[in-house]
Each structure stands twice: as C-alpha cells, then as structure tokens.
Design a protein around this ligand. Structure first.
Ligand code: IPE
Ligand code: IPE
Ligand code: MG
Length: 247
C-alpha cells in the first residue's frame, strides 16, 4: 500500500488564506437556524488558528464577512456582528497566550461602532505578538480594495509624489490593505464551491487553490494539515518548465 505523505515542517507556506464557507448548510443539515452554523464556525476558526500556530504558519487570512454579505437578511447580519464582537472580546487573552497578532483587512469603518472598537482594542493588545499573524477579512471585497489602492496612487500622482511611470506591481502591492503581508501560497475554500467570491484577487495571482467539500464547521486543524500536505506535493512552476526547475 502506498504511504500517505506527511507534512514537511521545513516547507510550510508562509501564508494560507481561507474562504470559510458552508455554515448555513451545516446548520440546515442539523435542522437549526443559520446562526447556529456560524457559532459552530467560530469553534472551527479557533481550532484552525491553533493548528496554524502549531505548525509555524506566519500568516493566516480568513474571509469572515464580505461586502456582498451585507445584503443578507438583516437578522443574520446583526447576529454575525454580535458574534464577532463576542468572539473578539472573549478570544483576546487566548490570542495573547498563543502569541498571535491580529490584523484586519476590509472596510472596517462600515462595521457597527462596537465591532470596530472591539477590533481596535484587540489589534492594539496583540500588536507585539511575534507568532502567527491572523488577518480577518471583514466587510472585505477585493474589487473594493483594488479601487481604494488605485485612488491612493492617483492621489500621489496628483500631488507629484509619484510619476505615472513609477506605477508598477510593487507600488500596487504597497497600496493594498495587504501591504505588509506576503501573497498567500495556498488558498483553501470549504463547502464544495469552486469560486473566489471577490477575495484577494490581486494577491492570489499565483496561489495554489485547494477545494474541499467539508463544510466550515466540520473543518479542523487536521484538515488544514491535509491541505498543506496536498500543496507540498505540487510543483509551482511560475511559467517555467518542469525541467528548468530541476536544474
Ligand atoms: C460562510 O458560511 C460564512 C459567511 C459567509 C459569513 P455561509 O453562511 O455562506 O454558509 P452557506 O454557504 O449558506 O452554507
Ligand atoms: C464568501 O462566502 C464570503 C465569506 C466566506 C465570508 P459566501 O457564501 O458569501 O459566497 P458566495 O456568495 O456563495 O459566493
Ligand atoms: Mg456561503
């Protein structure tokens, strides 16, 4: 029997991004309201963050709420925001204990005031942690982020701080919300959907994609390891030939 590959701890990606999807379907399968799925999703999130720290990942970016998600029923949006506030305030000490630094990307100003405040507090309290950086994408959409970057570059051109010829990939990188974060080597989406849903479009230009049918509340740190093992079997060619890479 062929042996199953195990994780190579020397080749852990620096950054994994996840689209945490399937909470609603998970709740439905259990005959419960959607928010029940979101609550269980928080348990997965905790477990996966713990696992990411254990294997030495530097960045984990989680899609928690998209710009498009604002169009969900008001009660669901309100419940999600409440869950966010409760989770952040409850988990800060755990994040500190595990040396995790919290960051956010997205239009944080569009969140309810108490969410924004709770996030700011948590970011401040964890800012000196040197282990995993947990990035929560909240009220995030990639097209929005790209437009904001273009606006800020245009302003610099207008103020003669940058000339049009200076606009390159690096300048775009620096003007995105992910400026200080390396591009993810691996993007995971749960729940069997095969789409990107306006997530990190610029940053995943060369990421490896991994799709699993598991619904997010069923996803655990063991599944994260499985995805990374899968990633480690792949040959990332960046336009070159396989032969070139072996030289
Ligand atoms: C992902 O689960 C969580 C959020 C988008 C906030 P969903 O709520 O999208 O779950 P499904 O896709 O309806 O199962
Ligand atoms: C993407 O999930 C957003 C998050 C996981 C927060 P959705 O469930 O909102 O995505 P679509 O709309 O089905 O593509
Ligand atoms: Mg969904």
């Amino acid at each position: 029997m062929e042996e199953k590959p195990v994780i190579n701890l020397e080749k852990i990606p620096e950054h994994v991004a996840i689209i945490m999807d399937g909470n609603g379907r998970w709740a439905k399968e259990h005959g419960k309201a959607r928010i029940f799925g979101h609550k269980h999703g928080v348990l997965s999130l905790r477990n996966v963050v713990e696992g990411a720290g254990e294997i030495g990942l530097k960045f984990l970016t989680l899609y928690a709420f998209s710009t498009e998600n604002w169009n969900r029923p008001k009660v669901e949006v309100a419940a999600l925001m409440q869950l966010l506030v409760n989770t952040i305030s409850k988990e800060v000490s755990e994040l500190n204990k595990n040396n995790v630094r919290l960051l956010t990307i997205g239009d944080i100003k569009s969140l309810p005031n108490n969410c924004e405040r709770e996030l700011e507090k948590a970011i401040e309290k964890t800012k000196n942690n040197t282990g995993l950086t947990l990035v929560l994408a909240l009220s995030y959409s990639s097209k929005w982020e790209i437009i904001e970057a273009v606006k800020s570059i245009a302003k610099k051109v207008e103020n003669n701080e940058v000339s049009i010829n200076d606009i390159d990939e690096k300048l775009m990188d620096e003007n995105l919300q992910t400026a200080l974060i390396p591009d993810p080597e691996l993007l995971i989406r749960t729940s069997g959907e095969h789409r990107i849903s306006n997530y990190l479009l610029w940053q995943i230009a060369y990421s490896e994609l991994y799709f699993t049918n598991k619904l997010w509340p069923d996803f655990s740190k063991e599944d994260l390891v499985e995805a990374i093992v899968d990633y480690q079997q792949r040959e990332r060619r960046f336009g070159l030939t396989s032969e070139q890479l072996k030289k």
